[in-house]
Design a protein around this ligand. Structure first.
Ligand code: NAD
Length: 285
């Protein structure tokens, strides 16, 4: 079994981003800018935003976090997004999800200017991904594809089972795999007999948010396992959706949690924001 080391690859990508930021600054005087909208006091959301801000600082981006109280109005958030859409110092806009129940998340995501949609959640970019066109791709599944690429793992013709069908993780993961010519099955909470599907998989991509969802008897020998889940145990440890200790003995490659997909998500946010900044700089000349 070999670990797919997302931490190491993310560090390598950061170094490339640092150099490209310097180059962009020398050529154009511009630095990439990321605006994050954080609503409410959810500790997990605050921690993610903090990690993203620190990553921006490390690579030399300009970044700003708009912190808003949980009872903020829809229109106040919309106004902030419109302001960021028109702000030339901002190349990427990220709305930290989930948002409070009274907020219409879809409406907000649709308001983000697609060329600043570094999370790839705008229907314009979702449509481009599903039709195999260039656009912004959600950071987590994009990071998974980069990680596979780093280890020369080709998904073409492989039976890939994606467990979890959210707009953020499962669906874009499935689109990327299909675009790379894998045979893709998507399983979710209503899937009957999950094991029947996973046992047939050459590769399993799981992002369900359920501790130990994938057990050793659900995995065929030599399978490749990508664990996207992030869960906190009662004693405070971070774990994924896979029963790692037992499953790792059966598979050929596996991502650890932490240190697998998580760092790649942040690295892809940086590279998407850099990509947006380069496109904006090009459009200005
Ligand atoms: P979500 O709640 O929006 O979606 C969960 C999906 O899993 C749903 O499609 C649901 O049907 C499916 N599911 C739930 N229980 C299941 C079960 N018992 N069997 C089969 N399918 C089941 O969650 P999300 O935002 O997609 O996140 C999923 C997980 O990925 C979470 O643990 C989250 O923390 C993690 N995540 C990690 C990263 C990262 O950077 N590694 C990024 C985003 C999300």
């Amino acid at each position: 079994m070999q670990l797919l080391d997302g931490k190491a690859l993310a560090a390598k990508i950061e170094t490339t981003v640092v150099n490209e930021v310097k180059e962009l600054k020398n050529k154009t005087g511009l630095v990439p800018g990321l605006a994050v909208i954080l609503v409410g006091q959810d500790p997990a959301s605050a921690a993610y935003v903090n990690m993203k801000k620190k990553a921006c600082d490390r690579v030399g981006f300009y970044s700003v976090t708009h912190e808003m109280p949980s009872d903020i109005s829809q229109s106040a958030i919309e106004n902030t997004i419109k302001m960021m859409n028109n702000n030339p110092n901002i190349d990427g806009i990220l709305i930290q999800l989930p948002l409070p129940k009274h907020i219409d998340t879809t409406k907000l995501l649709e308001l983000v200017e697609p060329s600043k949609d570094v999370d790839g959640f705008h229907p314009y970019n979702v449509g481009r991904l599903t039709t195999g066109l260039e656009g912004f791709v959600p950071c987590t599944p994009l990071g998974v594809m980069e990680l596979l690429n780093e280890y020369n793992i080709d998904v073409k013709g492989k039976n890939c089972v994606v467990v979890g069908a959210s707009n953020i993780v499962g669906k874009p993961m499935a689109s990327l795999l299909l675009n790379a010519n894998a045979t893709v099955e998507i399983c979710h909470i209503f899937t009957d007999d999950l094991k029947k599907h996973t046992l047939n998989a050459d590769m399993i991509f799981v992002g369900a948010g359920v501790i130990n969802l994938i057990k050793e008897d659900m995995v065929k020998d030599g399978a490749i396992i990508v664990d996207i889940g992030i869960n906190r145990t009662d004693d405070g440890r971070l774990v994924g959706d896979v029963d790692f200790e037992k499953v790792c003995e059966k598979c050929s490659y596996i991502t650890p949690v932490p240190g697998g997909v998580g760092p790649m998500t942040i690295a892809m946010l940086l590279s998407n924001t850099l990509k947006a900044a380069k496109a904006h700089a090009k459009a200005r000349v």
